[in-house]
Design a protein around this ligand. Sequence first.
Ligand SMILES: [Zn+2]
Length: 315
Amino acid sequence: MENRNENTPLTLQKAVEYFSDSDRALEYMITMRWPDGVTCYHCGGKSHVFISTRKIWRCKSCRKQFSLKRGTIMECSPLSFDKWVITFWALANCKNGISSYELARAIGVCQKTAWFLLHRTRHIMATQDFDVKLDGVTEADEHYHGGLEANKHESRKNKAGRGGVGKVIVVGVMKRGGEVRVKIVPDTSKATIHEFIRENVQEGSEIYTDEHASYRGLEEKYIHDSVNHSAHEYVRNQFIHCNGMENFWSLMARIFSGTYISCDAPHLHRYLAEQVMRFDFRKSTDADRFEHVVSRVANQRLTFKALLAENKAGV
Ligand SMILES: [Zn+2]
């Protein structure tokens, strides 16, 4: 990343030290949230008075008050910035993620608070710019996520259907050596898969897949070829393969069998977003990944109520 804030700490240890000073933490967050100067939350005004005792601003245009947290993912949070930034750092940089129990111990909050903090952080990681489609050489693949029905609590068992029962289907596409995009889909029909690819890959690009029937017909809009996994063919002519996507799925499986064993299906999309963000920034430094997360705090909201509603709506 080119626009690195010169004050961004380079290691976790330095970050802990740096953000333990609340004034310094506030100063840093101000430059990350408002790179063009402090702006009124209510009217967009640039002229204001800072009330240092309360760490809030009073706008000279609309006369209303606002804080740094107002209108960000941290809104209504009583936690100090140092706990937030350590959460950002941990989730941006721990390769296998971090559980709410680990985070709770690390920053001295209860597990429920840590769980909420982590989901809000995943929420800002999820918001990416999908206007630009992937191009060049791409790979697509699908993945079945989830444990066996037999291991689930009776109330959570999915009794309908056959085959992939209890599994969540995730379809993914990546630019080889670059960005990955994934989506939870209801089925692996041709219509579903083709729609996902159309939304994410530029027409005319190369796309490599396995032999799954739903990928047939892609050659109408793309340069498409596939490898025949059932015939133990994994790479042909050195470049026809979907090993990049398969690598992504195996990293994902490792995280879910290690750190996020008890991850609930209703929130899966957010755990996926977390992994996608770290994967997309796999060639970056810890400080870059941290900055990327911090720079996304504004105009984001995820309430505890909304999270609980997802729980109820889930399987
Ligand atoms: Zn104002």
